[in-house]
Design a binder for this molecule. Structure first.
Ligand code: AGP
Length: 607
């Protein structure tokens, strides 16, 4: 989604800002721009297309040591040069970059129009530039405060003003912003990835906070009344190389291959062999709190929602607590009943998905307890929750999530184990699952080692215009995630269905041109699953079956993909890994830009 980078210091700002923007490229965008404040005021260059294209056409005399830049993912108005950020006021003395959505933009545009202002773009952001310019406050902070006072919506924004050349003012409400501290130079960004090569001393802004950033440092205030919030910077423990693809041809491939290591990271120090349980200190819930939980409701979006369904299954199986997952994007709009003895769990890689954040706020507003399963430390969802489980997957750059999802599943397994062991899950079962979890990283490695066998299968699937992913009970969320990954990066229509539901309708679509990827683990449903495969084969539907070695397909004509067996409850994650590779190799076969799938963004910070 949209990205922001700002720089103020001793160097020319434009190259620093543009380099930062390239670090946000994989998050999805359709236009880019930069504004620099030099001795002759503000200059802006912006256009539809890639940052590289903007860099190539940037005028040589684009000098100035203060600058802001943006990658835009179109919401209000199409992706074109005019709608690209930064936006300026009529005099060109104010420039603004903005992530988020101004909900009352239409009304503000009308008011500005009535006041004689000519708006040149279709965007909501442009109103901010005019509002800042029209404020008669005598500080830039005051002008931004005045502008924000009439704005309803979400924003992470950075503002330059030619009358205040020593500063960038940044403000946050619902859209992440981080301030980075260098040596007589400072950075502003919507994501640490943009600045981590320059500094790991950072301050994350909170909602309602504004920062004044000069080359010498920064101060923070509440943007409603400019009262100090006194935020200081802290050192974050990140390795800049974790943000590089290294020798890999894409971030997605790198992140798929990292899974044996990242899976170990989420389990490390959290398993207890002696009592067959897990310890999740970050939950901040003792045994009594855990025993008091009568229901679990998991909230997430997209793939996080599908892994949430896997997690709900695990919790219900192991802890015997009713559990389900719901799309966080729908949750608050149905005015949900919030129960005091329900444990709400928000699950998110980025920790910034606005739909999930708003769902958490809905729970807490009504007095519910919400914990988080989040990858990005210090992110908005992590901060909003009552406690939680960090996923420790490291930075995930590819839009298509892989390693973070695996760690979400493992996080849910740990939670299910802990909830189960304070109830009726036996120590024998607890130990069985602890041992299973300890085996998993090596088994993920085994699946990854079969990659070459999956390439040809992926090429066959890539040729189909439409395909099914099917599974039952534990396998159904796996099918949903498999279909999601496939459509995200290969742009093929992939539909997930419960295997049991096929004959209630979609079987009508099965023919030699519509392949089905079927999940058939060795479990109590194997025979039932094989029955459905026969029905598909009888209609000449091509089949790829992801299964265990001991499952006999009984002469069904299918391509077989075998994964190692673990404990049946933990099967979903080993069944998911080959589906990541199938999606990856299908997209590669089709020559698509895997890390930058069209229309998608890594972190969806607008509703
Ligand atoms: C996953 O491949 C997707 N890009 C997407 O569905 C993602 O899982 C969803 O937007 C939620 O993101 P989050 O985990 O950062 O909240």
């Amino acid at each position: 989604m949209c990205g922001i980078v700002g720089y103020i210091g001793r160097q020319d700002a434009a190259p620093v800002v543009l380099e930062g923007l390239t670090r946000l490229e994989h998050r999805g965008y359709d236009s880019a721009g930069v504004a620099v404040l030099g001795t002759r005021g503000i200059r802006v260059a912006k256009q539809a297309g890639r940052v590289r294209e903007l860099t190539e056409v940037l005028p040589k005399r684009f000098a100035g040591t203060t600058g802001i830049g943006h990658t835009r993912w179109a919401t209000h108005g199409p992706a074109n040069d005019v709608n690209a950020h930064p936006h300026t006021d009529e005099s060109g003395r104010v420039a603004v970059v903005h992530n988020g959505i101004i909900d009352n933009a239409a009304a503000l545009r009308a008011e500005l129009g009535d006041a004689g202002v000519t708006l040149v773009s279709d965007t909501d952001t442009e109103v901010l530039a005019h509002l800042v310019a029209r404020s008669d406050a005598d500080t830039l902070e005051g002008k931004v405060r005045d502008a924000l006072a009439v704005v309803v919506g979400t924003y992470g924004l950075a503002v330059l003003h030619a009358d205040f050349p020593d500063r960038i003012v940044a403000a946050r409400n619902g859209s992440p912003l981080v301030v980075g501290v260098g040596d007589k130079e400072m950075y502003v960004a919507s994501d640490l990835a943009a600045i981590v090569r320059h500094t790991t001393t950072v301050a994350m802004l909170d909602d309602g906070e504004m920062a004044t950033v000069t080359s010498a440092g920064f101060t923070t205030v509440r943007h409603s009344d400019l009262a100090s919030t006194g935020k200081t910077a802290t050192q974050v423990d990140v390795d800049a190389s974790a943000y590089d693809a290294g020798e890999h041809e894409s971030y997605m491939r790198k992140e798929i291959l990292e899974q044996p290591t990242t899976a170990q990271a989420v389990l490390r120090g959290r398993l207890d062999d002696r009592f067959g349980t897990a310890h999740l200190g970050g939950l901040d819930m003792d045994a009594r709190d855990l025993r008091a939980v009568r229901r679990v409701k998991i909230l997430g979006c997209g793939s996080a929602y599908y892994v949430g369904q896997m997690g709900a299954g695990l919790i219900e199986e192991l802890a015997r607590i009713p559990a389900d997952a719901e799309a966080a994007s729908e949750f608050r709009y149905r005015d949900p009943v919030i129960e005091p003895d329900t444990l709400y769990v928000a699950v998110s890689q980025s920790g910034e998905t606005i739909d999930t954040l708003l769902a958490v706020q809905e729970v807490r507003r009504k007095g519910g307890r919400c914990v988080g399963l989040v990858n990005v430390v210090g992110s908005a969802i992590a901060r909003e929750c009552d406690g939680g489980i960090y996923l420790h997957a490291g930075p995930e750059v590819a839009v298509a999530s892989t390693k973070a999802l695996t760690n979400m599943f493992l996080g849910f397994a740990l939670l299910a184990l802990q909830l189960g062991r304070v109830r009726d899950l036996s120590i024998a079962d607890g130990k069985r699952l602890v041992a299973g979890l300890e085996r998993l990283p090596a088994q993920i490695e085994e699946v990854l080692a079969t990659e070459s066998e999956l390439v040809e299968v992926a090429h066959v699937l890539a040729e189909a215009q439409s395909l099914f992913f099917i599974g039952r009970v534990r396998g159904f969320p796996v099918a949903r995630e498999g279909a999601q990954k496939f459509k995200e990066i290969s742009y093929r229509h992939a539909e997930a269905y419960q295997t049991s539901e096929l004959k209630h309708g979609p079987l009508a679509l099965i023919d030699p041109d519509v392949p089905t990827v079927a999940l058939v683990p060795s479990d109590e449903l194997t025979e039932r699953n094989l029955g459905a495969l026969h029905e598909i084969a009888a209609r000449s539907g091509p089949l790829v079956v992801v299964t265990h070695a001991d499952v006999d397909l009984g002469g069904i004509d299918a391509r077989r993909v075998v994964v190692p067996r673990n404990e049946p409850e933990l099967d979903p994650i080993l069944l998911t890994i080959p589906l990541q590779l199938l999606a990856y190799h299908a997209a590669q076969h089709l020559g698509l830009d895997i890390d930058k799938p069209r229309n998608l963004a890594k972190s969806v910070t607008v509703e």
